[in-house]
Design a binder for this molecule. Structure first.
Ligand SMILES: [Zn+2]
Length: 293
């Protein structure tokens, strides 16, 4: 009788446990389920060890890496600026994760180029090849902590604006953020990295591309002076050179761009605003001014 009771108790306990058991968590999930074109999809895994599966979307295949800082598995996919709004999905190990893609909220712009800028645009096909090659970087993540704006300046054009350039009728998206600033302003590395490109290009002016690992890069364009060369290792806040207005530019400014596997991504998702005052620029200039005032 005693044994029978024990068996009954064990059965009831098992039944209750089964009913009370949590629904097994999916092995992968998206950090955000609503995104805009140009933002990054963060695919996360429940397991603490790095999964062998790859996350696939938008003709990209992303492997997992240990997120700097937390150490948690993370895979990053860039949402192209041209991606159509509506329901979208990511494939991972034969499973699908859905998300909603919103329409690009940035207003279109008409840009009238000066004769000088228009001439610089003639070199675009050649210079774009040089730039695109440098943007396809890889390697382990080199960043720890936030990315910092390379300089202090007023935001003059946001990321992602659809643009029509006249004359010439070039149509493309604004692939970075523009900060108005006088020619000769010191520009600093947004993050630790390796110089993938330091070159003088007619279309973009003097340009520096930093590789931060995992296919992530940051680029400063229209510069008037370069203080680094390809292959240099740089640390966050280190001077890269001076701002300018060279290439396809309508006035003195910094064009700051971030790319993931060559796709332009919104720097606002990565940059810390306001930057910690005593870190940014203190190494290069000693300036400590508020940003975007
Ligand atoms: Zn720009």
């Amino acid at each position: 009788m005693k044994g029978g009771l024990r068996a009954l108790a064990a059965f009831l306990f098992a039944a209750i446990s089964l009913e009370g058991a949590p629904f097994p968590a999916p092995p992968f999930y998206l950090q955000e389920t609503q995104r805009y074109p140009g933002q990054v999809l963060r695919v996360r895994a429940q397991s603490p060890s790095l999964p062998a599966e790859h996350a696939k979307a938008f003709r990209q295949e992303a492997s997992f890496f240990a997120e700097p800082g937390s150490g948690h598995p993370l895979a990053l996919l860039a949402i192209p600026l041209e991606a159509r709004p509506g329901p979208q999905r990511v494939e991972i190990g034969g499973r699908w994760l859905g998300f909603q893609l919103r329409a690009n909220p940035v207003k279109p712009q008409l840009i009238r180029l000066s004769a000088k800028a228009s001439k610089a645009a003639d070199s675009l096909p050649t210079d774009k090849k040089v730039l695109d090659k440098a943007l396809l970087t890889d390697g382990p993540p080199l960043w720890l902590g936030p990315f910092l704006p390379p300089s202090l300046g007023r935001l003059s054009t946001p990321f992602g604006a659809p643009r029509l350039y006249l004359p010439g009728e070039y149509r493309w998206f604004h692939k970075g953020m523009d900060f108005a600033m006088p020619v000769g302003t010191t520009l600093c590395a947004a993050q630790d990295g390796v110089v993938a490109l330091a070159a003088d290009l007619k279309a973009f002016g003097k340009v520096v591309v930093l590789s931060h690992g995992c296919g992530l890069s940051s680029t400063c364009m229209h510069m008037s002076r370069l203080d680094v060369k390809a292959g240099d290792k740089v640390s966050r806040g280190q001077a890269l050179g001076l701002s300018g207005s060279e290439g396809i530019s309508t006035g003195p400014h910094l064009h700051f761009q971030m790319n993931l596997r060559g796709f332009p991504v919104d720097p606002l998702e990565w940059l810390q605003f306001p930057p910690p005052g005593d870190e940014i620029h203190s190494k290069a200039t000693g300036e400590k001014k508020p940003l975007l005032k």
